[in-house]
Design a binder for this molecule. Structure first.
Ligand code: RIB
Length: 309
């Protein structure tokens, strides 16, 4: 089968620095590079690198960055028949700072991603019948995200929503369309209205999402692993121990790998393991798509993952 990602495509402008600047502060950087990113494109590349047939639906701008972004994706085995060039606007860019312990701050200027509307959803129609799952994020407007989720739901396809970046709230009717929601701690806190500090608060937040109609909740806890819950069960997925140097796209690596596992016929229980290990490995290299593991690397580290949950 295949995976469909409907989402953003950005060029990342990355500066490495000793510490992230405070408001009004100027800090010196020690390195600068540009790499393809965007949460949608990253999740598509994460799945494609794991050998899954992956389609990306989205927009790039009419600038030279758009051309660069378009040529990069097929080289990584992502099908871009559903990506259009929006000539009247620039491509999406993300201005990213990464400090010496790998933490980051990101400003996204959506460009062409912000022009995505319900007309783009039509490009999903012909590929949905052969898809295992639809992956969504929130770097494109909410209305087409909701329309795509409805269309996938009607076609019986698993809907995975990474609510990143998180708004203050999501429309109530969106939640029952979601099979798997995957916020990180900050995003979950923003949506449910209280801080996620430990397993107890993660459990409480998961219950809120479940009561709103989501079927499966995965709260990504960064270096603390991930918390998973349905109405009947919950697990704490332990972190995979690595030396993190750059956390950009770790969440995208998690989502792409989890969906890839489902597409390969594995259970969600195993998919969470794929997600946790791929997310951790992504933090051991610099950049977004450049840091995502391929199948050989992931399988090697999975074979080392001996503890259970
Ligand atoms: O999730 C990481 C991504 O967020 C970066 O690649 C950047 O483009 C922003 O969208």
């Amino acid at each position: 089968m295949s995976l469909i990602v409907f989402g953003s495509i950005n060029m990342d402008l990355v500066a490495q620095t000793s510490h992230l600047p405070k408001p009004g502060e100027t800090v010196s950087g020690n390195q600068f590079f540009t790499v393809p990113g965007g949460k949608g494109a990253n999740q598509a590349v994460a799945a494609a690198k794991l050998g899954v047939n992956t389609y990306l639906i989205g927009r790039v701008g009419g600038d030279s960055l758009g051309q660069e972004l378009l040529s990069n994706l097929p080289a990584l085995n992502v099908n871009i028949d559903g990506v259009i060039v929006d000539k009247n606007i620039n491509s999406g860019v993300a201005i990213i700072s990464v400090d010496q312990v790998g933490e980051n701050s990101i400003i996204v200027v959506p460009g062409a991603n912000g022009n995505i509307d319900n007309s783009d959803v039509q490009r999903l129609e012909t590929i949905l019948p052969n898809a295992r799952a639809l992956l969504l994020q929130l770097e494109i407007p909410l209305s087409p995200v909701k329309t795509a989720a409805e269309m996938a739901k009607n076609a019986g396809i698993t809907v995975i929503l990474d609510p990143a970046p998180a708004p203050d709230s999501l429309p109530d009717p969106l939640y029952p369309l979601i099979d798997i929601i995957t916020p990180n701690e900050t995003e979950a806190a923003k949506l449910v209205g209280f801080e996620i500090k430990n397993r107890e608060t993660a459990e409480k937040a998961a219950q809120v999402f479940l009561n709103w109609g989501v079927k499966n909740v995965v709260i990504k806890l960064g270096a603390k692993g991930a918390f998973y819950a349905t109405k009947n069960q919950s697990w704490l997925i332990p972190p995979y121990p690595v030396n993190a140097i750059d956390t950009v796209a770790a969440g995208d690596g998690f989502n792409g790998a989890m969906a890839a596992a489902l597409d390969r016929g594995l259970s969600l229980h195993d998919g969470l393991k794929w997600g946790a290990v791929a997310g951790a490995l992504t933090t051991t290299k610099r950049g977004a798509q450049t840091a995502l593991p391929n199948l050989e690397t992931l399988e090697f580290y999975l074979s080392q993952y001996s503890y259970s949950y």
